[in-house]
Design a protein around this ligand. Structure first.
Ligand code: NAD
Ligand code: MG
Length: 366
């Protein structure tokens, strides 16, 4: 499949570490998108047991013929984002005799991307890495920004490094095989960008959410481009999360509480973030920052994206508060939240009185 006419490129501007994100249909298997970013001829493709049968062969066809290609196929699931898996990648690199001019390629969702990036950041003190994200979430979120890492038994994403890829290749055709629930979870992060930074994009999403769920490739390309551009702009302003990057956590304090309470995996991250954003919107209304109509707009869009609007039935106000107090954003025991001053304008604030938060948690639908 030809990719030219329908491929859009976004440049992530980080000085010497700037890199392109190519978004289109049929990029997988087309060597023009890969060749310029390979550091040398040694290529290690990292993927998993779900993605490999679907896309690995086609992907390898897009590698220049003179490359020495090896692959690591890991089991599926968040639990594989571990030091054990990273060690397997390093073993494979050393056994193949790969040197500092090798390139690691992550073919898969955020789990594969985070882990492969971390393996690349550490191997021989840092080698080239290319992201080929195959879930909507990884296309709009985890493949932009340079955060890489693995989970520790005592905490998610606790071990990691900032390590930017040489390029990100997004083939929207890969979403055809993605389970619809995973697509909706990715849409939660897309909606998040509109809510925190871009009212016009939010309105576009309201008009196009059905097309996105139907995998219309032009709509997908636009939504992914806008999302990556918004995230890239925020990351360029604040690469190591000293300030504005925190806004990307809209809905996440509530969402993490839901995920942790339900046991990781019961609710997908994006589902929990979707409900969390509605909770943040409703709390913003109680501060008289948003109107009732605006909160209803948020609810309608989340609903149209296939996301849950109610919090888990088994979660009490005190369950929420106990989890939320552990949030990294809190300073001196004051609860800090990302809330909405307007649709398209988020802020980090400790202005929400604790009683208001408690009342919201009491009233919010289960
Ligand atoms: P994932 O990688 O587990 O993928 C979800 C599921 O979809 C998996 O079962 C996977 O095998 C499968 N899959 C992947 N591509 C597919 C395809 N094209 N067709 C069919 N199935 C496919 O999860 P995710 O949602 O992509 O990413 C979540 C991870 O990303 C978490 O570990 C999270 O911590 C991380 N993350 C990182 C950042 C960052 O900035 N680095 C940001 C957000 C999330
Ligand atoms: Mg998230």
């Amino acid at each position: 499949m030809s990719a030219d006419a329908s491929t859009t490129t976004l440049s992530v501007d980080l000085g010497e570490r700037s890199y392109p994100i190519h978004i289109g249909v049929g990029l997988l298997g087309d060597s023009q998108w890969l060749s310029p970013y390979l550091a040398g001829r040694q290529v290690m493709v990292v993927t998993n047991e779900v993605v490999a049968p679907l896309y690995l062969e086609r992907f390898k066809q897009g590698l220049p013929k003179d490359c020495e290609v090896r692959e690591v196929v890991l089991p599926d699931g968040e639990h594989t984002k571990s030091l054990t898996s990273v060690s397997l990648i390093w073993d494979a690199l050393l056994q193949a005799g790969f040197n500092r001019r090798c390139t690691l390629i992550a073919l898969g969702g955020g789990v594969i991307g985070d882990m492969t990036g971390y393996a690349a950041a550490c191997y021989q003190r840092g080698v080239a890495f290319i992201q080929v994200p195959t879930t909507l979430l990884s296309q709009v979120d985890s493949s932009v920004g340079g955060k890489t890492g693995i989970n520790h038994p005592l905490g998610k994403n606790m071990i990691g490094a900032f390590w930017q890829p040489k390029a990100v290749l997004i083939d929207t055709n890969t979403l055809v095989t993605l389970p619809p629930r995973e697509l909706s979870a990715g849409l939660a992060e897309v909606i998040k960008y509109g809510l925190i930074r871009d009212a016009a994009f939010l309105a576009w999403l309201e008009a196009n959410v059905a097309a996105l769920r139907a995998l219309d490739s032009d709509a997908l390309r636009h939504a992914i481009l806008e999302s990556c551009a918004l995230k890239a702009a925020i990351v360029a302003e604040d690469e190591t999360e000293q300030g504005v990057r925190a806004l990307l956590n809209l809905g996440h304090t509530f969402g993490h509480a839901i995920e942790a309470h339900q046991g990781y995996g019961a609710w997908l991250h994006g589902e929990a973030v979707g409900t969390g954003m509605l909770m943040a919107a409703e709390l913003s209304r109680r501060l008289e920052w948003l109107s009732k109509t605006q909160v209803e707009r948020v609810a309608r869009l989340l609903d149209a994206a296939g996301l849950p609007l109610a919090a888990p039935a088994n979660m009490s106000t005190s369950d929420f508060l106990a989890r939320m107090r552990l949030d990294k954003k809190n300073i001196d025991s004051k609860l800090r939240l990302i809330l909405l001053r307007h649709l398209g304008d988020a802020c980090l604030t400790d202005q929400a009185p604790p009683e208001l938060l408690e009342r919201l948690l009491d009233d919010f639908p289960r």
